[in-house]
Structures are given as C-alpha cells and as structure tokens.
Ligand binder design. Structure first.
Ligand SMILES: NC(=O)N[C@@H](CC(=O)O)C(=O)O
Ligand SMILES: [Zn+2]
Ligand SMILES: [Zn+2]
Length: 432
C-alpha cells in the first residue's frame, strides 16, 4: 500500500499545523510531527487543506471538439485547480444523450485518472428540447448518470421539464437547468441594460432567467422532483431561490454560481473583446454583490465553474460571431479566495462547503466532499492562501485560451491535489 505523508498543513485553515498520513486511498493518521516511512513526502508549508473540489458544471468538448478541449486536457486543468471530481456537460458532438456516449466519457476519464469525470446526460434527444432522452438507460449504464442537463440550451417546454423532473425522481436523479427563456433572448448578446444599449448589443434581460427559475421551482414542488439551477446570474434569481427554499415542500432545489459572475460585470464589454462573452451574460455590480451574499448565506449552494473552452477561431472574431463561454477550472479557487475569503464573506470551512461538500451532496457522490478525518477517502486540495499568481492563459492546461482573467493577479494557489491517495497535481504539474 502506498503511503503519502503530507507535512505541515492546516485542515480548513484552523488550528496549529499538523501532518496527514495517507495510506492507500484513505487518511490513516492526523497529528503533530508524524514520523512514518512514506513513499512520498509532500511539504505543505502551512497550507490550508480542504476536501478536493467538485465541479458540477464543466465542458470538456470530447467527443467532437477535441481542438478546444479533451477529457485529458480538461482533467489536467481540473487536477491543477484542486478538483477531484467534475461533471462533464452533455453538449458535445455527438450529444451525450445515450448510454454509449456517457460510458465513453466515463471510461476515458477513468483511464486518464486525474479526476473523476462524471458524464451529465442530456435531458432531450440531441438537446433539441422535443423528446426525452433515455434517462433510465443512462442511469443504469456503467456511467451511472444521475445529473441530467441540456445545458447550453434551456429545457423550455414546461411539459418536457415536468416529465424530466418526474422521471428522474423515480431513480433519485436531478435536472440541472440552464434557465433561459428562448423567446426573450432571440439574438441576445449582452446583459440588457445601459452598457449593452451604449455598445449597440442586443439585450439578454434578467427575467429571461428568472421566469424559468420561478417556473421550474413551481414544477419541482409540484412533482417532488429535484432541480438544480445552473449559473445563477441575477439578484432576482437569488431572491426567487430564497423564497422557494423557504417554503415547506417535498422538492429539492439547489443552485450554483460561477466564479465569473461573482467577480466580473458588463463594464468589461466596452472593449468588445469576445473573451467576456458568456451565457448567461456578465451582469451588473449589484447582481455580483447579491450573488456573493447569496453564496455566503447558502441561498446559492455552491460554486461551479461552467468551464467552457473554445478554439481560437471561435473567440478571435467579432463579438456577434463569437461563441459564449470562458475557462474556469484553474482560476476558480483564486476568484473564490478573492471575492469570498478576502472580503470576509466565507472562511475556509465555508470554501470547503461551496467548492466541495455541497456539490458532492447535490450530485449524490458519497466519496467526495467528505470530512478531513481518519478513515475518510484522501480526496484533498492543498491551498496556499497567501500566494499570489498571475493568470496566463497560454500556461493553463486547457487547449482553449479563453480566460477572461488573463493578466490578473489572484490570491490562493493550489499546492497539491490528491485523488484517493494519489497525488494528481503538485506545484503546478500534473502526475499521471
Ligand atoms: N456558458 C457558456 O457561455 N457556454 C457554454 C454553454 C452554457 O453553459 O450555457 C458552452 O458550452 O460553451
Ligand atoms: Zn448554460
Ligand atoms: Zn455550461
């Protein structure tokens, strides 16, 4: 059995530094100055140790757009970002709407072994929004799909959404909704407001998101199904979630916010640089501040990256022709540290909650988001909270280079990541 000795770390950033001994896949001992024979010693240097991060929303582009990202390059980005599990969205080409595709993604992820890659199954055939995909077959495939989403598109037909909530309920699954009423966003390019008006960009109004969130919360309550709201971007959505979560119903509603919606606003659009184009769009300062509050008080459950790599030709073009989406896996921790920890809204326990524990619970992963304690699986992220680093897209592991954080200095560096006891990333390099 392999032994890794992690020296000088502070679980959840609390108390005096300790050592953590990992034997095989589990945490065997936690204490001061452990001296044990180990195959490897990882020097923590006083780093904060957290449960490995879980991303409910990642785009890996394989199959179909391996020029933008592959399961291998995306897995590397995830490990370097402190992640031990990611959920790969279904909007690939072909779409992950059947057992063959989801099993391919699952197996390829395991072969690479840097992070657990859980395929998300499409809700409707081909993401066309018309006919339910074979959800049960994907559930019972080797990939054991539990999270279903047409992300990239909204399941806009209320009857299809209702059926999806009812059907997934029968096997303990959930529907992750990209909330965008398509009739309100025809041709939309930017958050509807003064900035879009000045720049001459067609608007994406907040109620396009909020109307679907309200409708879906009602449907979840009515069916007893489980709803997860993807990339919450407006203050109004946060208010709706507060209202619906406060009601006594059978339904379960959860929600995620992206790092970019916590930090960036539509002020950035003035340059017309498509690196800032994303769905839902960057909103206002008031929205970003409301989202931070909602994340801090648990109204929004977790942070999910919506890591959306794109090839250069799909981003280095005029605004209206560019694809929406931004890189996220390697910068998420830095942005959360900056917006939530440095602002005093979350402590490191809180970071563990929003980056690991809640997403693991929402997705029903039993081996992730676990306490840092003896006998628990050694899925860990070591974070140096004080180290600052400069984002350089070209140096990130993703094939696409569309990071809106290019050139920014961010606090919070991932020192090492362990997946079931194996060091998957250390000092900025992946290990396979
Ligand atoms: N977020 C984005 O702007 N783009 C995502 C799709 C999505 O999450 O809606 C993508 O697949 O590129
Ligand atoms: Zn989406
Ligand atoms: Zn997405």
């Amino acid at each position: 059995m392999s032994r890794v000795l992690i020296k000088d770390v502070r679980p959840y950033g609390e108390g005096e530094p300790v050592d953590v001994l990992v034997e095989g896949t589990t945490i065997a001992e936690i204490g001061a100055d452990i001296s044990a024979d180990a195959d490897e010693i990882v020097q923590g240097g006083g780093a904060v140790v957290l449960p490995g991060f879980v991303d409910l929303h990642t785009h890996l582009r394989e199959p179909g757009r391996e020029d933008a990202e592959t399961i291998e390059t995306g897995s590397a980005a995830a490990a370097l970002g402190g992640y031990t599990a990611v959920f790969a969205m279904a909007n690939t080409d072909p779409v992950a709407d059947n057992a063959v595709i989801v099993e391919h993604v699952w197996r390829r992820g395991r072969e690479i072994g840097l992070v657990d890659v859980h395929p998300v199954g499409a809700v409707t055939v081909g993401l066309a929004g018309e006919k339910l995909a074979e959800l049960g077959t994907m559930r019972h495939s080797a990939a054991e799909v539990r999270v279903f989403s047409d992300d990239g598109k909204c399941v806009h037909d209320p009857l299809i959404m209702r059926r999806a909530l009812e059907y997934t309920r029968s096997f303990g699954g959930l529907v992750a909704q990209h909330a965008e009423e398509p009739r309100l966003t025809v041709g939309a390019q930017a958050h509807e407001g003064p900035n879009a008006a000045r720049l001459g960009l067609a608007g994406w109004p907040a109620p396009a998101e909020e109307s679907i969130v309200a409708r879906d919360c009602l449907l979840a309550a009515h069916t007893g199904g489980t709803l997860h709201v993807c990339h919450v971007s407006t203050e109004g959505t946060a208010e709706l979630l507060r209202f619906f979560k406060g009601r006594e119903t059978d339904s379960t509603v959860s929600a995620e916010v992206t790092p970019h919606h916590l930090l960036l606003t539509d002020e950035r659009l003035q340059t017309y640089d498509p690196v800032n184009k994303v769905n839902p769009p960057l909103r206002t300062d008031a929205d970003a501040l409301a989202l931070r509050q909602a994340l801090a008080d648990g109204t929004v459950d977790c942070v999910a990256t919506d890591h959306a790599p794109h090839a250069a030709q799909d981003k280095d073009c005029e605004w209206s022709a560019a694809k929406p989406g931004m890189l996220g896996l390697q910068t998420a921790l830095g942005i959360v540290t900056q917006t939530m920890v440095r602002s005093g809204l979350l402590d490191w326990r809180g970071v563990a909650r929003v980056l690991s524990e809640r997403p693991a619970e929402i997705a029903g992963l039993t081996g992730q988001g676990r306490p840092i304690a003896v006998g628990e699986p050694a899925n860990l992220a070591l974070v140096d909270p004080d180290a600052e680093w400069t984002v350089r897209s070209a140096e990130l592991a993703s094939l696409g280079q569309n990071s809106p954080f290019e050139g920014m200095r961010l606090p919070g560096r991932v020192v090492a990541t362990l997946l079931r006891g194996a060091v998957t990333a250390h000092e900025g390099k992946v290990r396979r």
